[in-house]
Design a protein around this ligand. Structure first.
Ligand code: HEC
Length: 119
């Protein structure tokens, strides 16, 4: 009896931990970024219309993404495009996302470009 309670309890913990992980960086990206940057990070989200003066960054372009350090990416996410003299169509997220979520997003973008940033 005791043993099975323990088993159920630990299964529950494993399940919850997995749910929490699954709702982390990829989910944050899908929720906040994909409408412009696209689910695959190619800059082709449904929000991007012909009147967009600047196309959202295509995160799968390794050569472009390599030029950005992790700190650059963080700054742009926190403070918006103008932080790196880019378009204000890239909104600032510092009031919306936690530092941990932003760190997670940097990793998601590095996954799209399969690259490391400039140091
Ligand atoms: C409303 C549309 C929109 C949303 C939503 C959006 N972006 Fe952007 N993003 C842009 C545009 C447009 C650019 C291109 C800016 C430029 O090149 O001048 C951009 C550029 C970027 C860049 C590259 C900056 C550079 O130096 O080239 C990064 C990194 C980025 N976005 C990350 C994100 C992340 C992470 C999210 C989600 C938290 C997000 N964006 C949400 C529109 C958006």
């Amino acid at each position: 009896m005791k043993k099975s309670t323990l088993l159920i309890a630990s299964l529950f913990i494993v399940f919850m931990t997995e749910a929490a992980c699954a709702s982390e960086p990829e989910a944050v990206f899908k929720f906040y970024c994909a409408q412009c940057h696209g689910l695959g990070g190619e800059g082709d989200g449904p929000n991007v219309t012909a009147d967009f003066a600047t196309d959202p960054r295509n995160f799968t372009k390794t050569a472009e993404m390599e030029k950005l350090s992790d700190a650059d990416i963080k700054n742009v996410i926190l403070d918006g495009g103008p932080a790196l003299s880019k378009s204000a169509l890239m909104p600032p997220w510092s009031k919306t996302l936690t530092g941990q979520e932003v760190d997670g997003l940097v990793q998601v973008l590095r996954g799209f470009c399969k690259c490391k940033g400039a140091p």
